[in-house]
Design a protein around this ligand. Structure first.
Ligand code: SF4
Length: 247
């Protein structure tokens, strides 16, 4: 792992301690979890998911059997529009039952295995396209969430970047984030992919520590650079300092 990233992750782990993923690590359950809170914070999703698990169960047949009204009532404390959330949960369960024989993990493993023989680009991204496409057909799942699911469910050690904190690796390694989110995400993923061993452990650790840093200090609109333990390693801060020296 390049020295700068090693150092950064060590500093973050010292500051915040080892981090744990909030929520389940099964691909289907992760999709349900991400749809149980809106705005989708870990706390809101956990609140909705726990209520669902306790009162109904999250398996596709359980979600299909319960009434929309009951689902909406259960989701009321964790989402803004409970009826739409209930509809999405029904959709997810129906798709997994009808299109993937109630086993989404097996379907994803199959896509990944089928793609293994095909030529991949440097990061192996081509091999994950079909699996990501399966995941992205579900409500609220874009490419960042699809990659997070592949990583944390143990299906593929993709260099996923926390979707709300893409700016953190960009600032540290590149400088000021650009205006195009998709381009920023690709750049951030590339930085992590080049800098991290291709192991689940290393990539999950990096994901969680960068996310925590984004939540606590390197905030999107106003990073608290004055109290950041990574100030000496940050390309964004160095560029700002250089600019102010010129002026
Ligand atoms: S110095 Fe500022 S911009 Fe750089 S990582 Fe820390 S908070 Fe983020």
């Amino acid at each position: 792992m390049p020295a700068k990233l090693v150092q950064i992750l060590e500093i973050l782990e010292k500051a915040y301690g080892p981090q744990q993923l909030a929520g389940p690590t099964d691909a289907y359950e992760m999709i349900v979890f991400l749809n149980c809170g809106y705005p989708a914070s870990d706390g809101a999703c956990a609140k909705g998911f726990d209520a669902l698990k306790r009162e109904v169960g999250v398996q596709p047949n359980k979600l299909l059997a319960v009434s929309r009204a009951k689902l909406a009532k259960l989701m009321r404390p964790s989402v803004i529009v409970p009826a739409a959330c209930a509809e999405r949960l029904k959709d997810i369960a129906g798709t997994v039952k009808n299109e993937f024989d109630e086993d989404l993990t097996a379907a994803l493993e199959k896509r990944i295995a089928e793609a293994k023989g095909r030529p991949a680009n440097g990061s192996g991204e081509n091999n994950l396209k079909a699996a990501k496409k399966v995941l992205q057909q579900f409500p609220t799942i874009g490419e960042p969430s699809a990659e997070k699911i592949l990583l944390f469910s143990g299906l593929a050690p993709v260099a996923a970047v926390p979707s709300a904190f893409v700016d953190v690796p960009i600032r540290l390694f590149v400088g000021e984030p650009g205006k195009n989110y998709a381009a920023n995400y690709r750049t951030a993923r590339g930085v992590l992919d080049m800098g991290l061993p291709r192991t689940f452990e290393a990539r999950k650790r990096a994901y969680l520590l960068l996310k925590k840093h984004g939540q606590e200090i390197c905030k999107r609109s106003k990073p608290k650079c004055e109290s950041c333990p990574l100030a000496a390693h940050c390309a964004y801060l160095q560029a700002k300092a250089a600019d102010s020296n010129i002026e």
